[in-house]
Design a protein. Structure first.
Lengths: 112, 112
């Protein structure tokens, strides 16, 4: 079945450094790739997404890149701040237009 | 506009007991979803409803049933709770023509 693998499972960076989280997906028909941020005890919230017809998208300090040939996509956070500390989930839209398949999450810790 | 709401916030059940988790959205969204979140495993889809009157199985439907009561409400029922169903349950909804999932605050369920 469809699968999304996410790495690393934990990531610790110094404030101001960049953080990169990578995902691979199995379904070559996937065409939508969102990233969700979940703070401790809270609900997941969408922070950025990308469609398959675009290779890169930026929103201030956050960017997502997509390599459809390799079935990889990545989240890049620049100039990290302590409030970026959270669990980040990648996802891809599977063979149905309704079902998101999530990665297992990356716990990001930004050290002040 | 409350968004997506879930009740209860917390619940403790004994093995074999039944209960229904309630979810409602006031955003006039078409699609609704139930996920479970376990440590290190991300969000796994239990059931979804693409539109009022339809429901379909996700990745982990065993032990659960759902009802799309109307466009606003989508309930999840555990007929005979098992310790393996201890988890945090999230409901989500999606507007027609969009892919972004809006999550409720979650229900933390413990089965002893």
């Amino acid at each position: 079945g469809e699968n999304v693998e996410q790495h690393p499972s934990t990531l610790s960076v110094q404030e101001g450094d960049s953080a990169v989280i990578k995902c691979t997906y199995s379904d070559s028909a996937s065409n939508y790739f969102p990233w969700y941020k979940q703070e401790l005890g809270k609900r997941p919230q969408l922070i950025i997404d990308i469609r398959s017809n675009v290779g890169e998208k930026k929103d201030q300090r956050i960017a997502v890149t997509l390599n459809k040939t390799a079935k990889h996509f990545s989240l890049h956070i620049t100039e990290t701040q302590p409030e970026d500390s959270a669990v980040y989930f990648c996802a891809s839209l599977g063979d149905s237009s309704y079902k998101l398949i999530f990665g297992s999450g990356t716990r990001l810790l930004v050290r002040p | 506009n409350a968004g997506v709401t879930q009740t209860p916030k917390f619940q403790v059940l004994k093995t074999g007991q039944s209960m229904t988790l309630q979810c409602a959205q006031d955003m006039n969204h078409n699609s609704m979803y139930w996920y479970r979140q376990d440590p290190g495993m991300g969000l796994r889809l239990i059931y979804y409803s693409a539109s009022e009157g339809t429901t379909d199985k996700g990745e982990v439907p065993n032990g659960y049933n759902v009802s799309r009561l109307n466009k606003r409400e989508f309930s999840l029922r555990l007929e005979s709770a098992a310790p393996s169903q201890t988890s945090v349950y999230f409901c989500a909804s999606v507007m027609a023509g969009s892919y972004e999932q809006y999550f409720g605050p979650g229900t933390r369920l413990t089965v002893t």
